[in-house]
Design a protein around this ligand. Structure first.
Ligand SMILES: C[S@@+](CC[C@H](N)C(=O)[O-])C[C@H]1O[C@@H](n2cnc3c(N)ncnc32)[C@H](O)[C@@H]1O
Length: 209
């Protein structure tokens, strides 16, 4: 079978940097039975599509639009996929704060990774009982921790390209190092999260309301 070349932007930003993070999504699929994911602010990070059959990306950056319009991108996903069915890949070249054409409560997983405050506007697309996986690079994991619609259920830690999910000792996370009251307003002002006594690579929340 003819090999599909890796799309140039994915190669540059993820493959060559050893920053695909496929194993994070593989572990989430295995542990929680994820079948669909919404990825606002994905840029060209298509790794979730290697293990999740239905993924929808939202990114306003023009290069992302060109990337997802290229048939080679889908061909590469087909080559890398670890499930039997054909992949369904959606893309909206818009601001994730604005409505886009997906049904409310229609995804198993919402991904928030280095792309600002994804969870407040996009949680409406996550089904009740669905999961948010967020890092705290821009403070979105902290935002979700304050949000009564979410409950912290696990953390993921990284060693190279391998990830471990842990559901224990969750009370040790989100304890600020300094005496500050963490509020949504503070998080929006700083846009980079808070220094905590214990950190994880990513945090996993369940939508409970
Ligand atoms: C640093 S990249 C992160 C890429 C990827 N999530 C990752 O983990 O490697 C941030 C991306 O978020 C997108 N982004 C940020 N705010 C956005 C918004 N409000 N609507 C749509 N895309 C947004 C940017 O266009 C950019 O492509």
């Amino acid at each position: 079978m003819k090999r599909t070349r890796c799309p140039a932007l994915y190669k540059e930003y993820h493959l060559d940097r050893g920053d695909e993070r496929v194993d994070l999504f593989r572990k989430l699929v295995r542990k929680y039975g994820i079948r669909s994911a919404l990825y606002p602010g994905s840029f060209v990070h298509i790794a979730p599509s290697f293990v999740i059959p239905r993924t929808v990306h939202v990114d306003s950056f023009r290069e992302a639009k060109t990337f997802f319009a290229d048939s080679n991108t889908l061909a590469y996903i087909v080559q890398r996929k670890e499930y039997d069915e054909e992949p369904h890949i959606g893309f909206y070249g818009s601001d994730y704060n604005d409505p886009f054409g997906e049904e409310p409560e229609s995804f198993d997983l919402l991904i928030s990774s280095y792309a600002g405050f994804v969870s407040p506007p996009c949680k409406r697309y996550l089904r009740l009982g669905g999961l948010l996986v967020a890092n705290d690079s821009h403070g979105d994991a902290s935002m979700a921790f304050l949000d009564p619609d979410f409950e912290l259920i696990a953390v993921a830690n990284r060693r190279g390209e391998k990830f471990t999910i842990s559901e224990t000792e969750l009370e040790r996370y989100f304890i600020p190092k300094r005496a500050v009251t963490v509020t949504p307003q503070l998080l929006r002002e700083t846009g980079k999260g808070v220094a905590y006594t214990k950190r994880a690579s990513s945090y996993i929340f369940r939508k409970i309301a």
